[in-house]
Design a protein around this ligand. Structure first.
Ligand code: GMT
Length: 403
């Protein structure tokens, strides 16, 4: 089939041509159990399922890429050490790997998830390839709100945002914060995170997690200071005074030891299960009554969305992009940052009233699966890719030389 022999080809035909062959897309991310690592991997899987060729680059195999995935190739990024280096320069190794993979596999796009260092590395790779690679950067959260605004990174994050061929952010809040912090003058597309309908877990964990029919409250995070896990402990302590219940703490990170010590010192460690990192969060969420996310900031709150998909009402702080995900009084409750008394009251209201809990859980699930449905959101990423690959005019002239 000959396409594009006329003076110009309508964009729809170009799209069809490109889709028949599929785009060749690099995705660079951290291999985290949650957050940007999950979003990047799930976007990659969805794109591969649509026929695109996806190359995933990260320091270790992302947890969500366990099974064999047709049309996804994984490239491990390793920074070799040398006695002169105080720390192996991961960003340079990443840029080099991006350029190599792009060159040898004919990648058209490098999609960087989390600005530091993926977006800057992608810009270097684009330079190494003399512009033959488009860079799409997705901002996720602390790459803007915490680390990115640190003076030691700010200039390079600003450069990455300014020079990427397209920039997306996971919430309106994060887009506005980006404009405020970096004073960049360029469009930023808001493309929210998505969630799939949860599968039915093979076995319930309620019996082990909460003997004798007690209620289950769950928190899932990387236990960094921004997650305020001590607020989770204090909220639960108040709930436990009034209601037989158990707390499931999923994940690991710097504040885990302090939280475990708090439960021991306050005599309720028998009521808390620290599970560590878990791949199968569906199993835990399926038997959760209330989800707690009292973060200091949260650009989106993917963990909250995953809980909502399981019909679990969320109690969170009214910060960042959380109000774009959780509707106060409808899918759960949003309270002022640090107000553990209010959060405990909300949890007790829900635990004492199963009808209300089920109603909110149902609203939460409907919102999660309708507003944050995978297909239209992956469509938006595809549209961004098409835009950066399309010539600047809306028609394509393949020119005499290409015939
Ligand atoms: O920015 C971070 O703290 C890490 C990042 C990640 O890579 O896990 O989390 C952010 O991205 C998630 C996925 O888009 C969002 O759901 C989280 O809200 C966001 N975290 C923060 O803003 C604290």
């Amino acid at each position: 089939m000959i396409v594009g022999t006329g003076p110009g080809v309508p964009l729809d035909n170009l799209r069809e041509l490109k889709y028949n062959r599929g785009m060749r897309i690099g995705i660079s991310c951290y291999s985290t159990f949650g957050g940007s690592g999950v979003v990047a991997t799930e976007v990659g899987k969805a794109l591969a399922a649509r026929g695109h060729e996806v190359h995933l680059l990260s320091p270790t195999l992302p947890p969500r890429l366990l099974g064999f995935e047709d049309k996804i190739l994984f490239h491990e990024v390793t920074a070799s050490s040398y006695p002169l280096f105080e720390a192996a320069p991961y960003s340079i190794a990443l840029a080099s790997k991006m350029a190599d993979v792009a060159e040898h596999h004919g990648l058209q796009i490098m999609h960087a998830h989390y600005a530091i260092p993926h977006a800057s590395a992608a810009l270097l790779a684009r330079m190494a390839l003399e512009g033959r690679l488009k860079v799409v950067t997705t901002l996720h959260g602390t790459d803007i709100t915490v680390v990115g605004s640190d003076p030691s990174y700010l200039s390079m994050v600003r450069l990455a945002i300014r020079e990427s061929d397209a920039v997306t952010s996971v919430s309106e809040f994060l887009r506005d914060e980006t404009y405020r912090t970096f004073k960049v003058d360029r469009p930023i597309d808001v493309i929210p995170n998505f969630v799939a309908a949860p599968r039915d877990p093979s076995q319930g964990c309620r019996k082990w997690l909460a003997p004798a029919g007690a209620s289950i409250l769950t928190h899932i995070s990387n236990f960094r200071p921004v997650k305020r896990v001590m607020d989770v402990m204090k909220t639960f302590e108040r709930v436990l005074h009034e209601q037989p219940s158990f707390l499931v703490m999923v994940g690991d990170g710097p504040d885990r030891a302090e939280a475990e010590a708090y439960a021991r010192d306050h005599g309720f460690s028998d009521h808390v299960r620290f599970t560590g990192k878990q791949l199968d969060i569906d199993a835990v969420l399926a038997c959760t009554d209330v989800f707690l996310l009292p973060s200091a900031t949260e650009s989106f709150g993917l963990a909250a969305l995953e809980a909502m998909a399981h019909k679990v009402p969320v109690i969170a702080s009214r910060v960042g992009g959380l109000p774009e995900v959780v509707r106060h009084g409808v899918d759960g409750y949003l309270e002022a940052l640090g107000d553990v008394d209010a959060m405990a009251e909300d949890a007790l209201t829900l635990l004492r009233d199963p009808v209300l809990r089920r109603k909110m859980g149902l609203s939460a699930q409907t919102r999660a699966l309708e507003t944050f449905e995978e297909k239209p959101i992956v469509d938006q990423y595809e549209e961004v890719y098409e835009r950066v690959l399309a010539p600047s005019k809306s028609t394509v002239d393949f020119g005499a030389g290409s015939r």
